[in-house]
Design a protein around this ligand. Structure first.
Ligand SMILES: Cc1ncc(COP(=O)(O)O)c(C=O)c1O
Length: 388
């Protein structure tokens, strides 16, 4: 595309009602935000599942670590090797029952970094159709062949595994919890297939860590099984910070540190981000019931209240609640109406979800109060009546 074509491209985006604008918000608590005009919103579009961004000990750890510098000064292999990130790697590895972990700067960069470093010509990546964009982009830059199987269709995956010639390594890559539908990957079948076809199984637990499994360890704990070879995750959701990680056996993590360009060539997250995530992880490990229990109770309560109000949503075991509206405009208008009345929800439309399945995606967190949940359902029901 020529730069001079951009204005026309933008007009096209505007004509199709797809033009997006950033709307600033200052979070007062983990579930309440205020815009620049001072208007307050109850927030249901955040992935801060456990409310860790505003947990006192997490804030204090970050504040204390700022005294070691606001930035890290460089990439980990050069100057940005702050203590907190290495400590965090050790504890993430143990949390995920792996030998080691590598911290990247975001979850997005982790998927790019893992797939770029490990998959290449001769290899084949088998990827779920609803995988997150960062996995899709990681597949693209890997130079491996990519086969996409329909969402969670294990029969289709098996057929592809059987039919696709491979000279190198097979990789199966999937979200653990799918971000837009809130459903959980079929790990038992994936592990069976990866063993049968000698594949390497990569599971991205961005929305699973701190959310599913009795103690928040994610997809493997949810199914009470091991079998994931490389566990990808983010620090930006239930761990209340920013960054990402890959946990695996030691040769894989050493290889990533040596050969993954997003790890090598980007200034690392600062000590404060590492300290925040490390403290959040410790709080979760020390008292899973406090955080996971609150998340589960709030999610159950919200789902019951939505049902009572006649608002239907896709079923699932997570705190992602998708309300499918179909048309893009319907989802956009509904989110805008709720916003006017102080409730922030996400309107999700193509390309994030398939055409015709535009939806409202709301996330319940451990930080929401009962009053906030009640108020949200009240507003959502009113707005639904307006929509009709
Ligand atoms: C499955 C999945 N992986 C990775 C990411 C990216 O993580 P981060 O926001 O830390 O870059 C997301 C973010 O929404 C996600 O849903």
């Amino acid at each position: 595309m020529k730069i001079s074509d951009i204005p026309e491209k933008l007009q096209e985006i505007q004509r199709e009602d797809r033009f997006r604008k950033v709307q600033d918000l200052r979070m007062i608590t983990a579930s309440l935000g205020r815009d620049r005009a001072g208007k307050e919103y109850i927030v249901f579009n955040s992935n801060d599942y456990l409310g860790m961004t505003h947990e006192k000990e997490v804030e204090e750890a970050a504040r204390e670590a700022v005294s070691f510098g606001t930035g890290s000064g460089g990439a980990r292999l050069t100057s940005g090797a702050v203590f907190e990130l290495s400590d965090l790697e050790k504890e993430l590895a143990s949390f995920k029952h792996k030998e080691d972990a590598v911290v990247f700067n975001t979850g997005y960069m982790t998927n790019l970094g893992v797939l770029y470093a490990l998959a290449g010509p001769g290899d084949v990546i088998f990827s779920d159709a609803l995988n997150h964009a960062s996995i899709v982009d990681g597949c693209r830059i890997s130079r491996a062949a990519v086969k996409v199987y329909p969402h969670s269709r294990m029969d289709a995956l098996e057929k592809l595994l059987k039919e696709t010639p491979v000279t190198g390594q097979r990789f199966i890559v999937t979200d653990g919890v799918f971000s837009m539908d809130g459903d959980v990957a079929d790990l038992p079948s994936l592990v069976k297939l990866k063993e049968q076809y000698d594949a390497c199984l990569i599971v991205d637990d961005a929305h699973a860590t701190g959310v599913i499994g009795e103690t928040g360890r994610g997809t493997a704990e949810y199914y009470h099984m091991e079998g994931i070879d490389i566990q990808v995750g983010t620090l930006s959701k239930s761990l209340g910070s920013v960054g990402g990680f890959a946990a695996a056996c030691r040769p894989v993590t050493d290889y990533l540190r040596n050969c993954s360009r997003p790890f090598i060539f980007s200034t690392s997250i600062p000590a404060s981000a590492g300290a925040a995530a490390l403290t959040a992880l410790r709080l979760l490990e020390r008292n899973p019931e406090k955080y996971m229990g609150a998340l589960r109770r709030n999610t159950k309560y919200m789902k019951e209240k939505l049902r009572e109000a006649g608002i239907s949503f896709l079923p699932g075991d997570t705190s992602i609640i998708p309300i499918v509206m179909g048309r893009e405009e319907a989802a956009m208008e509904y989110a805008a109406r709720c916003r006017e009345r102080g409730i922030l929800l996400s309107a999700i439309r193509p390309p994030s979800v398939p055409a015709g399945t535009s939806r409202i995606r709301l996330t319940v967190t451990a930080a929401h109060t009962r009053e906030q949940l009640d108020r949200a359902v009240e507003v959502m029901a009113e707005c639904l009546a307006d929509n009709a």
